[in-house]
Design a protein around this ligand. Structure first.
Ligand code: NAD
Length: 350
């Protein structure tokens, strides 16, 4: 008998881009960011439990392709992600991603998901979670430098998680500023379009740099950064790709996700290998101090770490349970006798 339908155990829930978009609207952009931030916080609080490794990167002249694995002992996850700054000129995105969760006990995948949208959501949720802890009390204004893919997500997460009321946009490409301003219209933020990065940071307590250029760029020079601000530096996330003048790093208290990875990829690749940094999870657990005075410059040297993707996938897995926002994917072989893969092959014989 020919049976092309696999058994249920072999079907893996798959969240396509279309279903991810529907899921985001079903939950709401801001509630979903808050939900993901809660999952990330919960996982950061059990940081020591996780298998951790710097991501595995394959570099080329045009960009990088990376694998980001981790496990909490029960569940294993990984993300495939690229970073190609010149892609947008060809109508392609700088960053695209997909990811998977698997059951550690059996090794069977339990979720496959698009992660381009989810990466933007989790990156914004992480930035805002960190800013909620480290930014000056009562921060209301954020400069958003680099108004590409991540920028609206960053702005809305800072609004809903930190309480930002005004976002000041700057990009070298005026069309990107227009796009971001249009997308943010009516979202409850005061949006100010700026002509220079200097204008964007006027009066801002939080400065987000989110540009894409594979070089040692200087988006912020030392004299642009005054006392008592929080810098959320996202764009420098790859060897040879940074955004801040080293002098800023000397003045700032630097917080990172996973130092072993950040020293390779983050702003601190410009510093000595033993330059002091604080692991953000330790601030959450109380093992390390966060901001200690109003005049301090706190810097989140964000590169994106596997646990954040794991948390985001875990969140999606929980949210799709009672919905039809996934497809059952025929990803795994299901021979009736586990050792008879050849026999299973005969099902498709015509
Ligand atoms: P994108 O290409 O969509 O947008 C980047 C924007 O930066 C563009 O609009 C470009 O015009 C602008 N830009 C470039 N140079 C600039 C400059 N000197 N001054 C002002 N603006 C400038 O990219 P994206 O998806 O928004 O990602 C932005 C960066 O964030 C990338 O480098 C990406 O690798 C990184 N990223 C980091 C994380 C993380 O977890 N840390 C996650 C996702 C993306």
């Amino acid at each position: 008998m020919i049976n092309l339908a696999p058994s249920d155990k072999a079907l893996v829930p798959f969240v396509s881009v279309d279903n991810m978009m529907k899921l985001v609207h079903h939950i709401g952009v801001e509630p979903m960011m808050r939900g993901i931030a809660d999952y990330i916080e919960a996982d950061f609080l059990r940081w020591e439990l996780f298998d951790k490794t710097p991501r595995v990167a394959s570099h080329s002249e045009s960009g990088v392709i990376e694998l980001m694995p981790t496990s909490d002992g029960d569940v294993y996850g990984f993300k495939y992600v690229n970073g190609h700054p010149s892609n947008t000129a060809d109508g392609l995105q700088t960053v695209t991603a997909f990811g998977l969760l698997a059951d550690v006990a059996s090794g069977y995948p339990v979720l496959l998901s698009e992660m381009t949208l989810l990466t933007a959501m989790r990156t914004a949720a992480t930035s805002a979670l960190v800013a909620r802890v480290l930014a000056p009390e009562g921060s209301k204004v954020m400069a958003m430098i680099g108004n590409g893919t991540q920028s609206e997500f960053q702005s809305l997460a800072m609004k809903t998680i930190v309480g930002i009321e005004e976002v000041r946009l700057y990009d070298i490409d005026a069309a990107a500023i227009e796009k971001c301003a249009t997308n943010l219209a009516g979202q409850g933020l005061r949006v100010v379009k700026c002509k220079t990065a200097e204008e964007a940071i006027e009066g801002a307590q939080i400065i987000t740099t989110c540009t894409a250029d594979k070089q040692y760029a200087t988006i912020l020079t030392d004299n642009m950064v005054g006392a008592g601000v929080h810098i959320n530096a996202i764009g420098g996330d790859c060897p040879g790709k940074t955004e801040l003048a080293p002098a800023i790093l000397h003045r700032a208290e630097i917080f990172v996700e996973y130092p072993e990875q950040t020293r390779i990829e983050g702003e601190i690749q410009q510093m000595a290998a033993d330059h002091p940094v604080t692991e953000f999870w330790e601030v959450l657990t109380g093992a390390s101090k966060g901001r200690t005075d109003d005049a301090q410059i706190t810097l989140f040297d964000s590169v994106g770490f596997a646990i954040e993707d794991f948390s985001a996938l875990r969140y999606v897995r929980d949210q799709i349970k009672d919905t039809d926002l996934f497809l059952a994917l025929d990803l795994l072989a299901d021979p009736e006798d586990p050792r008879d893969l050849f026999g299973m092959l005969q099902r498709a014989k015509t």
